[in-house]
Ligand binder design. Structure first.
Ligand code: PLP
Length: 466
């Protein structure tokens, strides 16, 4: 399979999977997508029923990787990636009512869905870098969960050193400590005096500095990396198969920030999973809901909420959807993205907006509603939701669907990652699983840097140690 950039000039070079994996962001500033969508027939999908998660993963991702990695190696990487999950099913379903299910994506080592992709990415990077005799400096920006998942997946791997920026004071204590208590010479945490969008802007600026990029062998683990989106398509299939697909229609409600997770649902649909609707759930940072309503994409300032991993206004993966919805028109994408950087926003063409609306809906969940849903679910089902998952449940409930469509809410984090917020809202303290005993006492390792690309660049050059 070959990959192209969402901003490719005519005749632009296509990359193979390994190149797209290591590059992360295209040199023209665009995001990689496969040249075409591999598809499965209903018979193919039926034949996947009952496969263990790692074997299902191999089936789903193989067409995206093609000859770049052989089946045996890939099967091994997938098996290792999911062996450490605390639930045998990896992504089990829990039923909330007759037609609503929670897809539990928080049984990995850092208790959020980011582990599903990151654990696989760690193995893929390791394999490809070793095969090519290369080393890499991974730099990531986190709104809270990506950082911990990346550090957990990359620590102790000789071929990579890892730098993670988080917005200072804007992630939960548990989220921060999962990153900063890791004592590994190859892992550095940077607290940026700013918000997540500032961290993400620094990251993009580093990627666009081609001299720096080549000097340190820069690699990315944010969901701008195609391999993350690819890995996430697997649990859409796992959930669909468990509920009767391809013979049952599905709708997924996805708590959304950077649009990576819900875009993976879109990919699963292109590949043949019968998805009736993709429902975007946002918190009060609702740029995506506003864009669906008006066609105008215009970031405003970020408001802190109880779902910090979604406190985002610049939703990077939305560019992938625009590329698709415009009929893969890279010139249209280039025009819109230059509008974003020059005038702070853009307006979608009517046809592009209509295409997006035909597959996606979006609903905003305000803070009182998050609290109401957490209380209500605890009382009715004795399940404690995390605030991100609550926004997803709100979106699922707000959507009108035929009665036979299964509604699947992605439960993106364990409530114990946000203990203070959850206890305040529900009256119940969510306990961390026993493997995290001592997390709140261990010493932390991080530096504080200003919201400034030059400061971050110099720090990385001094500390990369490769
Ligand atoms: C990252 C994250 C999200 C948002 O996912 P995107 O892929 O950025 O849309 C939602 N919930 C939790 C718990 C997260 O960590």
């Amino acid at each position: 399979m070959k990959y192209i950039s969402t901003r490719a000039e005519p005749g632009g070079k296509a990359l193979d999977f390994n190149e797209a994996l290591l590059a992360g962001l295209a040199r023209d500033g665009g995001l990689f997508l496969p040249m075409e969508w591999p598809t499965f027939t209903p018979n193919d999908i039926n034949a996947m029923r009952g496969l263990p998660y790692a074997e299902l993963c191999l089936k789903i991702i193989k067409p995206f990787i093609g000859e770049a990695i052989d089946d045996e190696t890939l099967g091994d990487i997938a098996a290792k990636a999911y062996a450490g999950f605390s639930h045998k099913a990896v992504t089990p379903l829990a039923q909330l009512d007759e037609r609503t299910f929670l897809l539990e994506l928080f049984h990995g080592p850092t208790l959020a869905f980011k582990d599903l992709a990151m654990q696989l990415l760690g193995g893929l990077f390791d394999h490809v870098l070793k095969a090519q005799g290369r080393k890499m400096t991974i730099v990531g920006a986190t709104s809270g969960d990506t950082g911990g998942a990346a550090i957990e997946a990359m620590r102790g791997r000789d071929a990579v050193s890892t730098f993670i920026m988080h917005p200072r004071g804007r992630v939960s204590d548990v989220q921060r400590r999962m990153m900063t208590t890791v004592d590994d010479p190859g892992v550095k945490n940077i607290a940026i005096e700013g918000n997540f969008d500032d961290c993400q802007n620094i990251l993009k600026a580093l990627f666009n500095d081609h001299g720096f990029r080549d000097e340190v062998g820069l690699g990315g683990v944010n969901s701008i990396n195609w391999a993350r989106v690819m890995a996430q398509t697997v649990y859409y299939f796992a959930a669909g198969l468990a509920l009767g697909a391809p013979n049952r229609r599905l709708a997924f409600a996805v708590p959304t920030g950077n649009f990576g997770d819900v875009f993976a649902g879109y990919v699963a649909k292109r590949m043949g999973l019968p998805i009736e609707r993709l429902i975007i759930g946002t918190n009060t940072n609702d740029i995506l809901v506003r864009t669906l309503e008006t066609g105008e994409y215009r970031p405003t300032s970020v408001v802190p909420t109880t779902s910090p991993s979604m406190d985002i206004q610049v939703s990077s993966n939305f560019e992938r959807l625009i590329f698709e919805a415009s009929g893969r028109d890279a010139a249209e994408v280039r025009g819109l993205m230059s509008g974003l950087s020059q005038s702070g926003g853009f307006t979608l063409k009517d046809e592009t907006l209509a295409k997006i609306r035909s597959e996606f809906s979006g609903h905003r969940c305000d803070e009182p509603r998050v609290e109401g849903l957490i209380r209500e679910t605890l009382a009715e089902s004795n399940m404690l939701l995390d605030p991100h998952t609550a926004t997803g449940l709100h979106a699922a409930r707000a959507e009108t669907l035929d009665a036979d469509v299964a509604r699947i809410v992605l439960a993106t984090a364990h409530p114990a990652k946000f203990p203070d917020a959850v206890e305040k809202m529900s009256g119940r303290h969510p306990a961390l699983p026993p493997q995290f005993d001592g997390l709140l006492e261990r010493p932390e390792h991080f530096v504080v840097l200003p919201n400034d690309v030059d400061a971050v660049r110099s720090y990385i050059l001094n500390e990369k140690g490769l």
